[in-house]
Write a protein that binds this ligand. Structure first.
Ligand code: FES
Length: 136
């Protein structure tokens, strides 16, 4: 939805989720949601085991493309969790620590392998794509 005023309470922001098989999903959400919740609500197989408490690091994503505005810098808790992940790099963020809004509009994130639910590979409609395409 195009918008000119980012304070519009009806504004919807679009983030692109890149899946391990190379497909992508366009996610739309109003401001103020945790990106992890949006990923989960769209049925994407993100583990997010602590429910957004910044305690598990199983909502790890890689920022593949910045949005129209820069994301806010990670807090110390997020940096501590990221430091515990073997495949974290400079593009890594925790999806539960990213709030939707103008800063997520145009953002593209790639779900990290360690953040995928194993059972989703069995039960999710994307299963065959994940299995056939492998996990990057
Ligand atoms: Fe646990 Fe994000 S859901 S750290």
């Amino acid at each position: 939805m195009p918008y000119d005023n980012w304070t519009d309470p009806d504004a919807v922001f679009t983030t692109l989720a890149l899946l391990p098989n190379g497909e992508s999903r366009s996610l739309q959400a109003p401001a103020g949601w945790r990106l992890m919740e949006v990923l989960r609500d769209y049925g994407l197989p993100i583990r997010a085991e602590c429910g957004g408490a910044c305690a598990c690091a199983t909502c790890h994503v890689h920022v593949a493309e910045s949005g129209r505005l820069p994301l806010s810098a990670p807090e110390d808790d997020e940096l501590d969790r990221l430091a515990e992940i073997f495949d974290a790099d400079d593009s890594s963020r925790l999806a539960c620590q990213i709030l939707t809004g103008p800063q997520t509009d145009g953002l593209a994130v790639r779900l990290a392998q360690g953040s995928l639910r194993d059972d989703s590979l069995r039960d999710d409609p994307l299963r065959d794509d994940f299995v056939a395409g492998g996990v990057s």
